[in-house]
Structures are given as C-alpha cells and as structure tokens.
Design a protein around this ligand. Structure first.
Ligand SMILES: O=C(O)[C@@H](CO)OP(=O)(O)O
Length: 202
C-alpha cells in the first residue's frame, strides 16, 4: 500500500492575468502563496518519503510552502524538467481572451484541451504525456511499488497527462478534466499498483 499526492501549483501571476504561461517561469501570486499554504495544512496528517517537482519557480515555491506547513523542509526533493508545464509556444504571454477573439473559441479550446493539437511552436498534451509518463514510470512508479509515499507538485497540463496515465482517462475524456490550483489529489495504490482510491483532499 502506498500513497501518491499530486498538487497543481498555486495561482501564478499570469493565471491571475489570464495569460498563457506554459514554460515561461512566472512566480506565484499572493493568492497562490495562500493556496499553497492551505494545501500544506490539508496534508499534515499524511506522511511522505520524497517529493518531486518541475524546475519552474511557481511549482518549486508551492512545494517549499507545503513542506514548511507539514514541517518537512528536509524531505528529499527532486526537480525535473520532465514535470514542467507543457510549452504553449507562440501563445505564451498572450491573453487567453485576446486569442479567442483572434482565432475563435473552438481553435483555442482545441489548443488548450485537445490531446494531440499542437499550439504553434509548442507541445501538444500528447507530447507532454510522453515525457511525463516516461519519467513517472522510470523514477516514481518503482518507489510507489516499494511502498514509498510520494508527493508531486507540478502544473495543470503536466498533471493532466499524469492523471490520464494513472486513472486511465481516454484521449477524448481528458478534455473535460481540469485540475484546480492548490487542491491536492490523493491516489492510494495496493501492492499490485492498482488504484484503490482517487480523491481530492479538501
Ligand atoms: O497557461 C497555462 O500554462 C495553462 C495553465 O495555467 O493554461 P491552460 O489552462 O490553458 O492549460
């Protein structure tokens, strides 16, 4: 039996401004810092053996706030670009409403939520899935299988890719799946790595 908890970073400055962020390295907003602290408070009764995050400051900062709240600042942490947010390419920095006005809502929705639609010079969710799942299968799944409890703090789309893999969500259904900022999601695995529980912690 092991636990995996995933958290999308707290609100970032560009989430607040409704701008495509992707691989741009943007800090948490003040509200995002509070979301991270709240996520930490919700996790006080859980134990962790190690944590993983991306190399982007909004995720790293969220993890640091969580670790402080659970009194585990010395927990082993691995930062990997494999968990970075999906690159939105030429859309990065642009306002989401402006892009809808320019390209239409169907096109923007397809870029944002389609599985294999690639934004100009960016990554599709499929590309993101491939790098996220390759890392997870190699570095994290064996630890869970060995009974370790793991925390991952990453991003809306890198975590949607991971959710597809863990929860066996189809390429069609994933377009309806959204992860809110700062709300931890818990997976409990049995010794055969079957998911016996999947739920948000609130
Ligand atoms: O801007 C982004 O990088 C992401 C997540 O914040 O946006 P979206 O909700 O479109 O995937």
């Amino acid at each position: 039996m092991s636990n995996l908890i995933i958290i999308r970073h707290g609100q970032s400055e560009w989430n607040l401004e409704n701008r495509f962020t992707g691989s741009t390295d943007i800090e948490l907003s003040v509200a995002g810092e509070m979301e991270a602290a709240n996520a930490g408070k919700l996790l006080r009764k859980y134990s962790f053996d190690e944590a993983f995050t991306s190399v982007l400051v909004r995720a790293v900062h969220t993890l640091n706030i969580v670790l402080k709240e659970i009194d585990k600042v010395l927990l082993p942490v691995t930062k990997t670009a494999a968990f970075n947010e999906r690159s939105y390419g030429d859309l990065q920095g642009k306002n989401k409403m402006d892009m809808i006005k320019k390209y239409g809502s169907a096109q923007v929705l397809s870029w944002r939520r389609g599985y294999d639609t690639t934004p100009p010079h960016g990554e599709s969710l499929k590309d993101t899935y491939n790098r996220v799942v390759a890392y997870y299968d190699k570095e994290i799944e064996p630890k869970l299988r060995a009974g370790k409890n793991v925390l991952i703090v990453a991003h809306g789309n890198s975590l949607r890719a991971l959710m597809m893999h863990i929860e066996k969500i189809s390429e069609v259904k994933i377009s309806d799946t959204n992860l809110k900022t700062g709300i931890p999601r818990l997976y409990e695995f049995d010794s055969g790595m079957k998911v016996v529980k999947a739920s948000y912690i609130s």
